[in-house]
Design a binder for this molecule. Structure first.
Ligand code: GLN
Length: 394
């Protein structure tokens, strides 16, 4: 055993992912897990059958690095069906091992040490880990409670000629904000003015609710005039089809950006798992309405959770999309959301996610807690019943 500390400096200061930490806490304590965002019911049976068929049919050796042709074609058709985009499946689509690998490969491929990256905060935790591993300087733009909308002046001040890349996420985890066309237009104008690349994580693209402030629903920034050629759009099958463990994601965009992702991806995973790729192609082509149905059902579960949280004295901001609602716990007297969440299994038999670690501006997130509603109704009902019955104050 070497005596030196095992972790390299670029990783040593990055804490382990809070999602795994909180799921382990739920397992250990038997608490209801309203923390990590994964559904407790799997996606469509026909897609499972397609995966089994692909295994049986021998799709078990390396897939092409760029992804199997049937999936790349299906992703291209998906972008056309929903957004009118027409990525060339051979040059403008790459399959990745979940969107997390797409984010990693995109940042490794496009960001040099010292480059400045503008990112919305709270940020999904893997963005910051990857930006740190790339040696990037991050320039956060804060979505502030209670509305969690971007301050457009702050955004304008953040993007300059020093900006290499803007990293977006809409629908946004953890806040549930869906960026409006007007907000995206401000980002687009800035990206064009300062000649900046936009990387946009849109894994919750289909999980947008009917009553969203953004009544238009999800707008990919790649569809705005002048944006296709500078935007890398990332998504995955995990959230849209309730198969978060399959880890099949993709990047679409102009060939130079997609080829850049492939250049990095080949040294990360080389290729992504073969048998799940035809199954995801089947999902995109043959279950096109499934995600919309899921969103409809999820909206009811969102309301169940939000009403229950309100009844428990934890009024949330009702999200426009995603799996998550956020509450401010300042009135309960805990030093911060992390202390609250670590105590919550014992106090109430429930697990949630503190989001303070997703901010550079720690004060902005110190008292915020995220709750997942992608769970079965009886799980949510029991979770909020426990919260209402408990004394949540310090
Ligand atoms: N995306 C999921 C969430 O936000 C979790 C994924 C993970 O655990 N890294 O909860």
């Amino acid at each position: 055993m070497p005596t030196a500390k095992p972790l390299a400096a670029r990783l040593a200061h990055i804490p382990p992912t809070v999602f795994s930490e909180m799921s382990a806490l739920a397992l250990r304590t038997g608490a209801i897990n309203l923390g990590q965002g994964f559904p407790d019911v799997d996606g469509p049976a026909s897609v499972l059958a397609a995966a089994e068929a692909a295994l049986e049919a021998g799709a078990n050796q390396y897939a092409p690095g760029i992804g199997v042709p049937a999936l790349r074609a299906a992703i291209s058709r998906h972008q056309h069906r929903h957004y009118g985009l027409e990525p060339d499946p051979d040059r403008e689509v790459v399959v990745t091992t979940g969107c997390t690998e797409a984010v990693a490969a995109a940042l490794l491929a496009l960001v040099d040490p010292g480059d400045e990256v503008v990112v919305l905060e709270p940020y999904y935790d893997s963005y910051v880990a990857m930006l740190d591993m790339c040696g990037a300087r991050r320039r956060p733009v804060t979505l502030r409670a209670p509305d969690f909308r971007p301050d457009l002046d702050e955004l304008r001040a953040a993007v300059t000629d020093d900006t290499r890349l803007i990293l977006l996420n809409t629908p946004h985890n953890p806040t549930g904000t869906v960026l409006t066309r007007d907000e995206l237009q401000v980002v687009a104008d800035l990206a064009i003015e300062h000649d900046v690349i936009v990387v946009t994580d849109e894994v919750y693209e289909h999980l947008v609710f009917d009553d969203a402030r953004s009544a238009e629903g999800h707008v990919p920034i790649a569809t705005l005039p002048g944006m296709w050629e500078r935007t890398l759009t990332l998504s995955s099958a995990g959230k849209s089809y309730s198969f978060t463990g399959w880890k099949v994601g993709w990047a679409t965009g102009p060939a130079p950006l997609v080829q850049a992702v492939l250049a990095a991806k080949q040294w990360l995973t080389f290729t992504s798992g073969s048998p799940l790729q035809p199954a995801v192609a089947h999902a995109l082509d043959h279950e096109p309405d499934w995600p919309r149905e899921l969103a409809r059902d999820l909206q009811g579960r969102r309301d169940l959770l939000c009403d229950g949280l309100t009844a428990a004295g934890l009024s949330p901001r009702v999200p426009e999309g995603t799996y998550f609602a956020t509450t401010d716990i300042s009135h309960l007297g805990w030093p911060d959301g992390r202390a609250f969440c670590l105590a919550l299994p014992e106090v109430a038999g429930v697990v949630a996610i503190p989001t303070q670690g997703f901010y550079d501006d720690r004060e902005a997130g110190r008292q915020l807690v995220r709750w997942a509603f992608c769970k079965e109704r009886d799980v949510i009902t029991e979770g909020v019943r426990r919260l209402a019955a408990a004394d949540l104050s310090r």
